[in-house]
Ligand binder design. Structure first.
Ligand SMILES: C[C@@](CO)(OP(=O)(O)O)[C@H](O)COP(=O)(O)OP(=O)(O)OC[C@H]1O[C@@H](n2ccc(N)nc2=O)[C@H](O)[C@@H]1O
Ligand SMILES: Nc1ncnc2c1ncn2[C@@H]1O[C@H](COP(=O)(O)OP(=O)(O)O)[C@@H](O)[C@H]1O
Length: 304
């Protein structure tokens, strides 16, 4: 399908990601860590709206309580890097203004910046009718960041390499998550560096992939694992309370999202999700959300 050439702006929605399992191996020569991960896209979203302009510009507005104060508004924003890479790939000199409506907590380990980058690639491709192949979009995404290809794909996927190699996996479930953001973000490189000092890791995705294949909540509960969780808890002792509050409120498992600090409670169903959310709010955790997965990757929601 091609974009109407008359479109003056295109809006693309992209989801947050979580890692149902994040198996991390010893650091490679290039400084990245080999991963055996299962990504799931969940129902928290950023919307990106692009329109052609004389130069690159970025605007941001929050959805709900999301704190957008740390989102850069200059060319260091990953959405501008995405636009520049796409124009270089096609050898064109176009520019755009890029608006971000942000519902994904910033620096929370939920790949909000990666979602924005993926959404920008799709939005500019449609706005300018570039018809970039899926293969090329995935390659450009991988150049932008290890998590960006998954934001294009969405659903549930097995991630390998440094996380940029993604393959969809069957997932017939609707899984319910209580999402506990934290006001103080964590740096992904700093958490990986602490992992290097700490040792450990090496979890694999087999148990989670089997749980998903069987749509088996008990098996998923037993299988979820994040090799960065113990180091993140050492760096940030305050997160131990979040973890124990989730378990105390009845979550089946409490899982760190990516490199943190967001914590995820896996729960049985929608009613349990809202009960656990209320309990966390009562315990003093602000901004607790409920989300389901899997959901779609970056997709157009409006031509205007
Ligand atoms: C930890 C994870 C788990 O999905 O997610 P987040 O917590 O960031 O959401 C990812 O591995 C984050 O991916 P992403 O944020 O795209 O990382 P990149 O931009 O590619 O790399 C940023 C830095 O993270 C470290 N890094 C990243 C990926 C990887 N496999 N090994 C690493 O050591 C490196 O220090 C790198 O310089
Ligand atoms: N579009 C963007 N949205 C959010 N953060 C961005 C964006 N572009 C650049 N950044 C920077 O990237 C850092 C990591 O952001 P984010 O992708 O939200 O978190 P994480 O890597 O933990 O998943 C932020 O602290 C911010 O400085």
């Amino acid at each position: 399908m091609t974009a109407p050439t008359s479109a003056r702006s295109v809006t693309v929605r992209a989801p947050a990601k979580i890692n149902l399992v994040l198996g991390v191996g010893p650091v490679r020569d290039d400084g990245y860590h080999p991963l055996d991960t299962v990504y799931q896209a969940i129902s928290l979203y950023d919307d990106i709206t692009v329109s052609t302009a004389a130069g690159w510009s970025v605007g941001v507005e929050p959805i709900g309580d999301v704190d957008v104060s740390e989102v850069p508004l200059d060319e260091t924003n990953i959405v501008v890097r995405a636009g520049v890479l796409l124009t270089e790939h096609h050898g064109i000199a176009r520019r755009a203004s890029i608006g971000i409506s942000k519902g994904i907590p910033v620096a929370g380990g939920m790949a909000g910046g990666s979602a924005d980058a993926a959404a920008t690639l799709v939005a500019l491709d449609r706005l300018w009718d570039l018809r970039t192949s899926d293969e090329d979009l995935l390659a450009i995404a991988a150049e932008l960041g290890s998590d960006v290809p998954f934001a294009l794909l969405g659903g549930t996927a097995h991630g390998t390499g440094r996380g940029e190699l993604v393959e969809s996996v069957g997932d017939a479930g609707t899984w319910w998550w209580v999402v506990v953001p934290n006001a103080t973000g964590m740096s992904t490189p700093a958490v990986y560096a602490a992992f290097d000092d700490h040792g450990g890791g090496g979890s694999d995705s087999a148990a989670v992939l089997a749980a998903l294949a069987g749509t088996d909540l008990d098996a998923l509960t037993a299988g979820v694992r994040n090799d960065l969780q113990s180091v993140a808890l050492e760096l940030r002792a305050d997160l131990r309370l979040t973890e124990s509050d989730l378990v105390g409120a009845g979550a089946r498992a409490a899982l760190l999202s990516g490199s943190g600090p967001t914590f995820l409670g896996l729960v049985e169903d929608q009613d349990s999700a809202h009960e656990v959310r209320e309990a966390l709010l009562d315990a003093g955790h602000p901004g607790v959300l409920v989300a389901t997965g899997p959901v779609a990757g970056a997709h157009v929601v409006q031509y205007a």
